[in-house]
Design a protein. Sequence first.
Length: 276
Amino acid sequence: MIKTWLITGGSSGFGKAMTKQLLERGNRVVGTVRNRNKIQDLLTAYPETFDCELLDVTDVPAVHRIVSTAFEKYGRIDVVVSNAGYGLFGCAEELSDAEINHILATNLTGSIQLIRSAIPYMRLQGGGRIIQISSYGGQVAYAANSLYHATKFGIEGFCESVAQEVAQFGIGVTIIEPGGARTEFRYGSAKVACLMPEYESCHAFMDMLDASKGLAPGDPEKMAARIIESVTKGKTPLRMVLGSQALQATITRLEERLAEYKKQKALAASTDIVAG
């Protein structure tokens, strides 16, 4: 079935891969980008079904305006994909106030406001699907990536709550947790703080960002295809992990966390009010 999708961050990575695959299948895509030149090939190939809008998701009024215009123009948006975001590497002390504020505004607040903007329209149209591109870094945290993890842990909590709120309206929510993939996210758009020698032991991420020292295992085209397929399936889990390394790391961390909690039963009970 042909659908209309709204995708933020559509000029590279998962956003562009999804947009291309959807257009090839005859779907309509409203894509937001910060640079039209990076998406010109698709604009030329699909002038009738690809509607490209300039958007910086840190501009909240612009987010509301783009969403409203899209729903009003096409009557129905079946799927909204919150994909815009970037990585910021550096230990907490190494990060500047400006770097912190910008990644929170982009990865967290930008996603929240996009989803909030779409909900009233989806409720009134009788349903739809919201897809949040998160990361397995929304479940597993590593050193020198604290603010990125803060945005992903945060948006996952938001989406888990929203999913319970909007299910009654036929709106589904899916959190996508990809592992490392061969996209511009890692090899182009990632930002690095002003590093301090005191934290050199935490700077192993520099090798990860260097493509000459090994590429990420994830195939962004295959990941994009799995995300699209999730919309056509009858029931999709709230969280969907993409990449075997990411899945194993997530399972390991959750098992460790669960084991820690199970050891705290007596401690937790010691704070209860005992009925007398």
